[in-house]
Design a binder for this molecule. Structure first.
Ligand code: SAM
Length: 537
């Protein structure tokens, strides 16, 4: 988080009910949350990822994670193998959360109290912040419902000086006459924050379509457009001063006469004509009469910085996004709120380069991953809804990788497939509560205890080490899924180098050991030792 130091004075801050608490998921499928104190064990618990499928080549490059995003982000920041790969390494985080519009969509529920929505979002951004690289940026897609509140929260997390822009995306062409208030909103917003003040986005490449520009001179390609005004207001009576004679190369006077024989008018007045007559070419019509044409030059290709105003004609609309999904999955009811691939293409092109890592922890139908893959970026996406994951995300990414997805940006970027992904499931909690007592759940015991304990106590898990399943600097970890006895302690001590330290975590400990003092051994009972560790972090 940005260290504000002196900047705190005069700081504007948003307050809300339970701001100092945190939330955990109560009902996964219904998207319900429960308030807890920040030191609740469920907040600190690091869930393991269960591998469900590996697909394609280099499948470790890209991850689809099914589960709550806070759990997934916590695991990415805490489990050593992911920590190494992702902490401070993600170049772009794009999120398109539920906007909290009060609607119920087929794929998810979009109605939370403001305080719940804000806490849910804040906690996830705080975790995600750890993953962001020093030259990274966060892009948050919102509408009017929460934009103004969340801008203040992001200012608090990132520092106001790291606000880059509020992009306005025109999501549809026109309004809806049925709108009761008479003004129909046709745009969303994307708030952009950088991790550091000196961030700059990539410029956008601009390729000119030269179709129709058939002529060329030293200034470039051009097309010829009649100097006669066409369409509306094209008569002399509409603009009398723009009806005047011009002298053709054969010395004859030429007046603007429109196709029905009526007196017309020129596009330019006489003064403009005099100033720009170098741009005029005289062409003979079928009857051999000269007519004036002006040259219209094609713009030059190049690159330019993006503006904050993104028209649907340039990056796609909501309707186009739905069409893209319908084309991919014609047989099922489409995902209701996808974003167009063109929109994500622009975000990804501005914020990243090939090979960079893109994260989206409100994945929906998987647009961010599909576009990132087509643009040769690496990606991690998280989605909590089981149906959305299985109906859309996994199959969409398979189609992208197999080169079967010809829609969206595929043609424009010449996408023919390639790459792969690993599909993970966030595992259930390792704990259960019985009569108010926190216990290890039955499902955590069968062969998984060592990995779970090593992970919670922040050791590097060593699955292949016979006696010590974890290592953290000079300290080794042994996990005993039964009773720890004096004999076992001695055996472990004899199995390790003298200059190392040992932590032993056991499900039960022989009472005789309570009075024993070992100089380089720490003994803890599971799960009390884990809960104590959480309290310290
Ligand atoms: C607006 S949709 C995202 C659409 C996406 N950008 C696309 O193009 O398809 C928001 C998604 O966030 C998911 N979501 C909401 N809360 C979540 C949470 N706590 N963890 C993970 N996913 C969540 C919803 O299930 C929904 O699919």
């Amino acid at each position: 988080m940005a260290q504000n130091g002196n900047k705190l004075s005069g700081k504007l801050e948003l307050n809300w009910v339970n701001k100092n608490k945190t939330l955990i998921v109560k009902d996964y499928d219904k998207g319900q949350y429960e308030w807890v104190e920040p030191n609740d064990y469920r907040v600190s618990e690091v869930r393991l990822f269960k591998e469900r499928e590996k697909f394609g080549e280099n499948s470790a490059d890209n991850l689809i994670i099914h589960g709550d995003s806070l759990n997934a982000l916590t695991s990415l920041t805490k489990i050593p193998e992911y920590r190494k790969k992702y902490v401070n390494k993600v170049k772009l985080i794009y999120i398109d959360p539920s906007f909290n519009t009060g609607q119920m969509f087929a794929n998810y529920d979009d109605q939370l109290e403001h305080s719940v929505w804000l806490t849910m979002m804040r906690d996830r951004v705080l975790k995600a912040y750890e993953l962001l690289s020093d030259d990274g940026s966060l892009w948050v897609h919102l509408d009017d419902t929460e934009l103004y509140h969340f801008k203040l929260v992001l200012d608090e997390i990132f520092g106001k000086e790291n606000f880059v822009a509020n992009i306005v995306w025109q999501r549809r062409a026109g309004g809806n006459t049925k709108d009761v208030k008479g003004i129909f909103s046709i745009h969303d917003y994307i708030l952009v924050y950088s991790r550091n003040e000196n961030w700059t986005g990539n410029f956008l490449n601009f390729e000119v379509d030269l179709k129709g520009f058939k002529h060329k001179n030293e200034k470039g390609y051009y097309k010829l457009r009649s100097l006669k005004q066409g369409g509306n207001a094209s008569l002399r009576s509409d603009r009398p001063t723009m009806h005047y004679p011009l002298i053709a190369p054969n010395g004859e006077e030429v007046y603007p006469i429109n196709s029905s024989g009526k007196e017309g008018r020129w596009v330019w007045n006489r003064k403009t004509y005099e100033q720009r007559k170098e741009e005029i070419e005289w062409i003979k019509d079928k009857k051999g009469a000269y007519m004036p044409y002006r040259r219209q030059y094609a713009e030059k290709s190049g690159s330019f910085p993006s503006t904050s105003w993104w028209k649907y004609e340039e990056v796609g609309s909501n309707a186009e996004a739905k069409e893209e999904i319908k084309k991919l999955f014609p047989e099922i009811e489409p995902f209701q709120t996808p974003k167009p691939e063109g929109l994500l293409q622009r975000v990804i092109q501005i914020a990243t380069n090939e090979g960079d890592i893109v994260l989206d922890y409100f994945a929906g139908s998987g647009t961010t991953a599909a576009v990132a893959q087509k643009l040769k970026r690496k990606w991690v996406i998280v989605e909590k809804n089981e149906d959305t994951i299985s109906n859309f995300v996994v199959s969409r990414l398979k189609k992208v990788i197999n080169g079967e997805d010809k829609g969206g940006i595929s043609e424009g970027v010449n996408w023919n497939g390639g790459g792969g992904f690993t599909y993970y499931q966030v595992e259930k909690s390792m704990f259960e509560v019985h009569s108010g007592i926190i216990c290890i759940a039955e499902h955590s015991l069968n062969g998984k205890l060592a990995k779970l304990v090593a992970t919670q106590l922040e050791y590097n898990y060593q699955p292949d080490n016979e006696h010590f399943c974890g290592k953290k600097g000079d300290v080794l970890l042994a996990v005993v899924d039964g009773m720890l006895t004096e004999g076992l302690v001695n055996f472990l001590l004899n199995s390790m180098d003298e200059n190392k330290f040992l932590e032993i975590a056991a499900l039960s400990v022989d009472p005789d050991l309570e009075n024993k003092n070992y100089k380089n051994v720490k003994i803890g009972k599971i799960p009390v030792n884990i809960l104590r560790h959480y309290a310290r972090i």
